[in-house]
Design a protein around this ligand. Structure first.
Ligand SMILES: O=C(O)CCC(=O)C(=O)O
Length: 362
């Protein structure tokens, strides 16, 4: 699509803006009042007391059936009630998690001209970027990012990954392998929890060798007026499942719970897992892909790594037959992930507008 060949306006790096010492943010980043972060005490939830579920995965492989089933039940209710949960004892090395954060922080602290060599375009989004969507005049988010494809192997292009820090490419391989393995395990659990065969969701995604996986590393610079903007606007993730490595020391992610936004308190060495739109479609909306957004602050910058586990891009995704009944007809029409994400690539983050628009009933 020709409008995806180039950005509609010159790209400004948010990190450069933040580091220039401005005390007021440009209008381009000021959200309309209804979209701004709510002051903590206007939130009906007592924010300090609420968190998304924290699930210990240690017993998932236990020989003890009742322990195993209890863990699966916790995952089932987290997927139904929150669409989000944190996992601990997940099998990914804590040292690798720390190295991943440190390496990417090092990338973002490189001189601008080094990072600019990897500037991205909206056709694939691969590389160093500062906006999502190509709508001219859109209000932008207070963040930069790095986006890359990892799966399927044939679209992996090492030249589009940072060559500095020198350990970065190896780190990406190692980190992606481990996190994809964990997503594969979680997909089996979600599948069984839906009453499907263990591999049914994975097969609908094209099988282990063919799934899509990409990594987006988000960098949220300090912001002189955090109450007026967002690090990332509200959106649901278009893919299957997201595994997020948050900044351990700086909260920022907010998850929608009804009319409220709950700020996630990151647990040490945990990943945050969330259901994406394609899983909502396959589960015929038994699992919900829930809106989330990121707030920023004036004191500390923040880094997060989002591994998106997606279906093979040209497969038709539709509600699993076993989950379609007379009482609950198929809520969505079939669509490939390629078709689906084109919308997001053009519009940028926009709540749940797209998955809602797919609904085939009413
Ligand atoms: O940075 C975060 O906490 C969330 C990132 C996110 O939602 C995304 O990359 O889609």
């Amino acid at each position: 699509m020709s409008c995806l060949q180039s950005w509609p306006e010159p790209i400004v790096r948010v990190q450069s803006l933040a580091e220039s010492g401005i005390t007021a943010i440009p209008d381009l980043y000021i959200k309309p009042p209804s979209k701004r972060p709510s002051p903590p005490n206007t939130n009906n939830h007592r924010d300090a007391d609420v968190n998304i579920p924290i699930i210990d995965l240690q017993n998932l492989l236990s020989d003890n059936r009742s322990l195993r089933e209890a863990t699966m039940r916790s995952i089932s209710s987290a997927c139904r009630e929150w669409g989000f949960f944190q996992v601990v004892n997940h099998g990914v090395s804590h040292e690798l998690m720390k190295r991943a954060r440190d390496t990417w922080r090092e990338f973002f602290s490189l001189p601008l001209e080094v990072k600019q060599e990897y500037s991205n375009k909206p056709s694939t989004y691969e590389g160093y970027g500062s906006r999502l969507g190509v709508e001219k005049g859109a209000i932008l988010d207070w963040s930069d990012y790095y986006f890359l494809h990892y799966m399927p192997p044939q679209i992996r292009n090492h030249n589009k990954w940072p060559a500095v820090p020198t350990s970065c490419r190896k780190l990406i391989e190692e980190y992606s392998e481990e996190t994809i393995k964990l997503c594969g395990i979680l997909m089996k659990v979600l599948s069984l929890n839906l009453g499907l065969g263990e591999d049914q969701l994975l097969d609908a995604f094209g099988g282990e060798e063919n799934i899509g996986a990409c990594l987006r590393v988000n960098f949220y610079p300090k912001c002189p007026q955090p109450d007026l903007t967002l690090g990332l606007s509200e959106h649901s993730d278009p893919g299957g499942l997201t595994l997020l490595l948050p900044d351990e020391n700086v909260a920022g992610l907010q998850v929608r719970k009804g009319e409220n936004w709950v700020t996630v308190k990151p647990v040490p060495n945990a990943f945050i897992v969330n259901v994406g739109d394609q899983t909502q479609v396959l589960s015929n909306a038994i699992y919900k892909s829930v809106e989330h957004r990121v707030i920023v602050n004036s004191v500390e910058d923040r880094v997060s790594l989002a591994l998106f586990y997606n279906p093979k891009s040209d497969l038709m995704i539709e509600p699993a037959k076993a989950l379609v009944t007379n009482v609950r007809p198929a809520l969505y029409s079939p669509m490939t992930f390629d078709e689906y994400r084109l919308y997001i690539r053009m519009k940028g983050p926009c709540g749940k507008a797209q998955v809602e628009s797919l609904k085939s009933y009413e």
